[in-house]
Design a protein around this ligand. Structure first.
Ligand SMILES: [Zn+2]
Length: 504
């Protein structure tokens, strides 16, 4: 809905990928997609993983544990609802990634990628006023994937199918390397052809709206979210034409789609009002998103200034959001005293609300770590035992490593990655913990696993080979068990890399 109104999906995808894929790696070649028939789910997954690997390497990609947890808390019920409604087949469920990647750009954007990967820019979270609005966007995108719109797009243009997504990828990669070359491609005949082919059809957009609406309501979100999100985008696009809404500028929302959503919503009984705690949580997460995505130094400072002089007469939620954003923004410009002061004001403001208190504690710990005060952070996040959530565990690991507890952290994170092997950030913190203990071999292996988690097998192999070399030079002091684990993983990743290469 937000992005891909008729034809907007292409623009949205390009917009994100343009955001900076960095230099084109020599191995970024086109996958072959078969003979031009409909893209199989296996081929779509391979293509999606390839795009995801590039996105992980994009400087715009961000693993923000707090925002990731919040988005996951919205995404997971939508997935469950899609399963319960039979929209998500067992085959796709198992094969695709079903993972939302966050980008820290301030453009308002969300999009489905092949293979069950979704992109969500923080700019979109910034303009929302409820979790239902984020849910409505994700439900629409999810439905594009479950309805196999990407593979059906392919089959509608059989002649050029193998080139379709490949050409798009190439164009995007070229553009990130050389803006002029990219623009030339986009204005050339090939680009025109791409534009025509990569648009989702009007029918597909209607279908994604209809199915997304069902998924959204079944998941327990307010159907009003769809309508208010449409209104918000419509309104914003009228007053804001600075490129923050690229897809809206090229393909404005039709009144037909808005009317359709309004009609659907009116057929449903009016839901219960949003609990205050849910609204507070969203206000704090939108504030966080603003502080994380604030780019130029002026924008960050504006958030600090707002906390310096909060507008009079604000609501409780509004005040809490201003303290939250002000504290994190101050921390980002290394004004640690202000960051702590505003974190404390936030803690006082949200007292009595369990969710708000937890978010305030996490923020306090985060700004303490940034201020070089890990002991204060530890007093806020506690011991991060087995039952703790990801943001607590990762913050604790940082703070505890900094206070000389590397061995303890290594032990905790080993059990963490055993159940969450795709958690690249946890692998990296594990590497830091090992390094702090002088365990270089294990540190390098954990770094390699962080690369595997982000599908970059080539970079992983470099690290594994470095570890093998270190083990060989280790002599009598070598850790034989570790060395044999490294040998096994090296062979496994070599074979994964071969498979990845065969897909080209
Ligand atoms: Zn769409």
């Amino acid at each position: 809905m937000n992005h891909c109104h008729i034809g907007r999906c292409r623009a949205a995808l390009i917009a994100l990928l343009i955001a900076g894929l960095g230099p084109v790696p020599a191995r970024a070649q086109l996958p072959t997609l078969g003979d031009g028939s409909e893209l199989s789910s296996a081929a779509e997954k391979r293509l999606g993983d390839r795009i995801a690997r590039e996105m992980f390497r994009d400087p715009d990609y961000i693993d923000d544990p707090v925002l990731a947890e919040y988005v996951r808390g919205i995404w997971q019920p939508l997935l469950d609802a899609a399963r319960a409604r039979g929209e998500l087949t067992v085959e796709l469920d198992q094969r695709f990634a079903w993972q939302v990647l966050l980008g820290k750009d301030r453009i308002v954007n969300a999009f489905a990628l092949p293979g069950g990967w979704l992109g969500l820019q923080l700019g979109l979270i910034n303009v929302t006023t409820s979790r239902d609005e984020i849910a409505s966007v994700l439900a629409h995108e999810l439905s594009h994937v479950t309805q196999r719109h990407i593979s059906r797009l392919q089959s509608e243009e059989k002649k050029s199918t193998p080139l379709l997504i490949g050409a798009m990828l190439l164009g995007v990669l070229a553009m990130s390397r050389n803006p002029q070359a990219g623009n030339a491609m986009l204005t050339g005949g090939q680009a025109v052809a791409m534009q025509g082919q990569l648009n989702f059809s009007r029918d597909m957009e209607r279908e994604a709206d209809r199915i997304g609406f069902g998924v959204l309501t079944q998941a327990g979100f307010q159907p009003q979210g769809f309508v208010t999100m449409f209104e918000k985008l419509q309104q914003a696009s009228r007053i804001n034409d600075n490129g923050s809404f690229p897809y809206l500028r090229t393909h404005p929302l039709t009144s037909e789609r808005m009317a359709d959503m309004q009609a659907r919503q009116q057929l449903l009984p009016k839901g219960a009002p949003t609990p205050a705690s849910v609204a507070l949580e969203h206000a704090l997460m939108a504030a966080r998103s603003k502080a994380v995505s604030a780019g130029p130094i002026d924008d960050i400072r504006a958030l600090v200034r707002e906390a310096d002089m909060p507008p009079p007469g604000g609501t409780h939620q509004r005040r809490a959001a201003v303290w939250y954003a002000g504290s994190l923004a101050a921390s980002r410009v290394r004004d640690h005293a202000r960051a702590e002061a505003y974190a404390q004001k936030l803690a006082a403001e949200v007292q009595g609300d369990a969710v708000g208190e937890r978010l305030a504690r996490l923020l306090g710990a985060e700004v303490a770590v940034a201020a070089g005060q890990p002991a204060r952070a530890l007093s806020l996040v506690g011991e991060a035992g087995a039952g703790s959530s990801r943001p607590e565990v990762l913050l604790w690991a940082q703070a505890r490593t900094a206070t000389g507890g590397g061995a303890e952290v290594a032990q905790r994170l080993q059990t963490w990655v055993a159940t969450q092997p795709r958690d690249a950030t946890a692998w990296q913190l594990l590497a830091n913990a090992y390094a702090s203990q002088g365990q270089s071999l294990r540190a390098i292996r954990a770094e390699a696993e962080a690369q595997v988690a982000q599908l970059d097998y080539s970079a992983a192999l470099d690290r594994f080979k470095a570890a093998q070399e270190l083990a060989r030079r280790g002599g009598a002091g070598a850790d034989y068990i570790e060395a044999s684990i490294i040998d096994t993983r090296t062979r496994q990743v070599e074979s994964m890399l071969r498979e990845q290469s065969l897909e080209r």
